[in-house]
Ligand binder design. Structure first.
Ligand code: ACO
Length: 325
């Protein structure tokens, strides 16, 4: 019998400190109206000094483990997606493993920026399907505020911090139906933080401070809309499924206009799309599991329903997961 991986529980966490559009008006030349109209964002949460990605991940992970009816010792794989690790090494997955007092199971980070959680879920699902793991903790966690230039209005209004997690377990019933992961490194310069461990943080010939996110917003926007449209087609075709069979779209929360375009592509009314971007902005790898957990906990998403998760981010990377919840 085929082993599937099914979601046993979800959890999420947003740091307490809130930064509103009004707050941003006092920091850069922007307006609440511009931010709402162009992005749909109303506020974002920001980790305070000393609060790290692992701190956020731990809260989300504990909630997901509890919701799954599991104990930390049941977890036999940890895959954590982040662009903003606590340390260069060990991985944030290993730091989280220690916090949860789990010992011995594989634990590693995945880096695919905003597509990170979709990648991490795709990887963990393979472990479960092949029998290499039975109960995996998959986390998307970011303190993206740390790689933002807070004097650059083109990027600072968009991002926030947070974490989301799921526990997946082996099951005879589906479960995750398919995962679709893609990347094209040709687009490196449209969305990147130019500095790094190996290149150094004092890189010449780049626009702006190399420690912070640089983005050609308009070009990223167009690519995101087109690419997400294509991945919807690819996912449905691979499952021989019609648009009408998808109960919920759980998209990456970057910009409400990108989400609207993907919903139109699916001929889906917006009341079947989980939107949380207004509440926390773009939290990169945390955004899909944050949205998923929100709609599970408020009772919108019910067991047995078909969910399409999708994301697009730096790399470029993009991907989707189709699953029966
Ligand atoms: N407040 C006021 N005005 C602003 C702001 C701001 N915060 N930011 C830019 N503007 C101005 C620009 O300077 C420009 O002015 P000009 O016309 O005088 O030159 C004008 O607004 C329009 O700028 P555009 O960049 O063309 O605006 P656009 O409609 O494209 O919206 C945005 C910008 C919101 C960034 C959009 O392009 C976007 O969402 N892009 C995609 C981002 C994304 O999805 N990233 C996903 C992956 S993220 C990851 O992987 C880490």
């Amino acid at each position: 019998m085929t082993t599937f991986a099914r979601i046993a529980g979800t959890g999420s966490y947003l740091p307490e400190k809130v930064l509103t559009n009004k707050d941003l008006e006092t920091m850069v030349d922007t307006s609440d109206q511009w931010i709402r109209e162009r992005t749909g964002i109303v506020k974002r949460h920001i980790a305070v000094d000393g609060q790290t990605t692992c701190d956020l991940a731990e809260q989300a992970a504990r909630r997901a483990i509890e919701a799954a009816g599991k104990k930390p010792e049941d977890i036999d794989l940890i895959v954590l997606a982040t662009t903003t690790p606590d340390k260069i090494f060990p991985s944030t997955a290993c730091l989280l493993q220690q916090r949860l007092d789990i010992h011995g199971c594989p634990a590693f980070d995945v880096q695919a920026v905003c597509t990170g959680f979709v990648y991490a879920l795709g990887v963990a699902e393979k472990f479960v399907r092949t029998g290499a793991a039975r109960c995996a903790l998959v986390v998307g966690a970011e303190t993206f505020s740390r790689v933002i230039d807070w004097t650059d209005r083109a990027t600072c209004v968009l991002f926030g911090d947070g974490a989301g997690a799921v526990v997946i377990e082996a099951s005879d019933e589906p479960g995750i139906l398919s995962t679709h992961l893609h990347a094209d490194g040709a687009y490196e310069k449209l969305l990147h933080v130019p500095g790094g461990v190996s290149r150094g943080f004092d890189v010449d010939g780049e626009d702006g401070d190399p420690r912070y996110t640089q983005m050609k917003g308009n070009e990223v926007f167009k690519m995101a809309v087109n690419t997400l449209g294509r991945i919807v087609d690819e996912t449905l075709k691979a499952n021989d499924m019609k648009k009408s069979e998808v109960d919920w779209l759980v998209p990456h929360q970057a910009n409400i206009r990108i989400i609207n375009a993907t919903a139109r592509k699916l001929s889906m009314s917006m009341d079947k799309v989980v939107v949380t971007v207004d509440q926390h902005g773009n939290t990169s790898a945390a955004s899909v599991p944050l949205a998923l957990d929100t709609a599970v906990r408020d009772g919108r998403i019910q067991r047995g329903e078909v969910l399409l998760l999708e994301a697009f981010g730096g790399g470029f990377t993009w991907g989707s997961v189709l699953l029966k919840y």
